[in-house]
Design a protein around this ligand. Structure first.
Ligand code: AMP
Ligand code: MG
Length: 271
């Protein structure tokens, strides 16, 4: 992992303090937005090639967990970073309020069927982490239960990692003022109004509890095999730049090799 990205990595055992975190900073990219967009486009085309090779090799799975407050940019990140990848081999799973059947099961029950198989990339738009975040904020379960769930998550992710799934977890961090701007722009843009939900404004009142829940959950679950990155996301271009870099580097680290054909291709006579 290169040193620039490392500063956004929550080291296993370190306590995350978001009060010290600046969601507006763009320190890894001094050349500004226009130059960043060029770099993103180049990385994305390499991500495309790596994904195709990964699909052919069928050795690794990649799970990308995306979390963030409402309007933090989960959908936009998926659109920009995975723009152009072959939909064959890439899936997105979005986790909403659990259904009654899901609630009748353990909290990981609905998650497990969506983990990537060999050769696949799966992006979680929200995830099993909602079960230690929103439920904690609204006191649907106690802090004690959340603590226990974090242990279950660490074990679950270790099991996935032992089974050939590489995991990266990304918290898109915006501040409360930026959220206000984004909610207002959704309200004013008829084409974007569908993204608003009635709960978005009341949820803002719980901002500090969410921050506390995120700090605790990320601190407890950032491990070597399933690390968390906290990404400054007030500037969308910078967020896309960093997330592209994380995915690009992670794919490179897998040392993917396109498999050789199982027969002598030179002997193939094509009429
Ligand atoms: P959105 O991502 O905007 O489509 O909204 C999905 C909503 O579902 C968010 O308000 C989440 O907090 C909520 N949600 C997702 N998972 C859970 C969960 N396990 N328990 C309660 N609410 C959840
Ligand atoms: Mg929403």
């Amino acid at each position: 992992m290169d040193s620039e990205l490392k500063k956004y990595l929550v080291k296993s055992g370190n306590k995350l303090k978001l009060a010290k975190f600046d969601p507006s900073e763009t320190s890894c990219f001094k050349d500004g937005k226009k130059a960043a967009l060029k770099k993103i486009a180049k990385m994305n085309s390499e991500i495309e090639e790596l994904q195709e090779a990964m699909y052919a090799e069928r050795k690794h799975g990649l799970l990308v967990v995306l979390q963030g407050m409402d309007t933090a940019g989960k959908d936009g990140t998926i659109r920009h970073v995975f723009d152009g990848v072959n939909p064959q081999g890439v899936k997105v799973a979005s986790f909403k309020k659990p259904t009654p059947i899901e609630l009748d099961h353990d909290f990981l029950w609905r998650v497990h069927p969506h983990v990537p198989g060999k050769g696949e990339i799966c992006i979680f738009n929200r995830s099993h982490y909602e079960d230690v975040l929103v439920v904690r904020v609204h006191k649907l379960v106690s802090k004690e239960v959340c603590k226990k769930r974090c242990e279950h998550i660490v074990n679950f992710e270790r099991m996935l990692s032992d089974s050939g799934v590489t995991i990266v977890k990304i918290f898109l961090c915006i501040d409360k003022d930026e959220q206000k701007k984004r909610l207002l722009s959704r309200k004013e843009d008829v084409a974007k109004q569908w993204k608003l939900s009635e709960s978005d404004v009341p949820e803002r009142a719980f901002w500090d509890s969410y921050i506390e829940a995120y700090e605790d959950a990320i601190t407890r679950t950032s491990t070597e095999n399933a690390p968390w990155f906290v990404i400054p996301s007030n500037h969308k271009w910078y967020r896309n730049y960093l997330v592209s870099r994380i995915i690009h580097e992670t794919l490179l680290s897998l040392k993917i090799r396109t498999p050789k054909p199982s027969f002598d291709v030179s002997k193939l006579e094509i009429e």
